[in-house]
Design a binder for this molecule. Sequence first.
Ligand code: ADP
Ligand code: MG
Length: 256
Amino acid sequence: MAILEIKDLHVQRDGKEILKGVNLKTGPGEIHAIMGPNGSGKSTLSYTILGHPKYEVTKGDILLDGQSILDLSTDERSKKGLFLAFQYPTEVSGVGYSHFLRTAYNALSKSLADEKREVFLTVREFQNYLKKNLDEVGLKHDFLSRYLNEGFSGGEKKRSEVLQMAVLQPRISILDEPDSGLDIDAVQAVAKAISAVSRKDATVIVITHYARILKFLDKLDYVHVMAQGKMIKEGPKELADELEQKGYAWLGIQDT
Ligand code: ADP
Ligand code: MG
């Protein structure tokens, strides 16, 4: 049974059609990659799945466990276990990082009512859980006492998004270009966190322009190539390598 199913999705922003019939199906424990040149609609797809109000679905559907989520707010979608790591994370001054993570984690645990998930009642308990995750993604422990993303470097912001995924353990994680602007060590750390989350029966969708990050994943089940608002090719892991060697021009796509 698919966890997430996207059917013939058409999406407009400011009256312009950006997605023109996207289909995608993901199951538990699977890792999917969506590749495509700039401007193909990758970020639009991720925002639409999470219910960004500026993106209007004009046709098609998004199903979670067989139920349409189009009428749900972003908040309700995330409580069902959907998570998006932003391509361009925002600084949120005044929101303590550690407090933010614990509140979000506990809200998700309560909402999913999954007996395998804990609810961390004390700050100390949660800090111990966090520290393990911080080490894994390579962020220093003193980040926890800072405000969410405030003053983080570009690379730290990206690691911070991945930390949120590793900590929250969402059912469906979508990572929008988690590799952009990162050095090779950071890319490896990000890939490790993605592999760890997918082992927990969750789905991970990695959006990327380059095949580099995909090589570090423990496994990769499907590669989807997007261009001009549509999926134009699908295949196994090897498709990513082929695309890297031959370039997007191989599929008749312009990469700007
Ligand atoms: P990607 O993430 O693959 O680079 P995007 O989803 O960001 O692609 O953008 C897809 C297309 O939507 C691009 O052609 C872009 O110019 C267009 N687009 C993005 N924002 C707007 C907007 N506010 N109004 C009209 N078109 C937009
Ligand atoms: Mg994008």
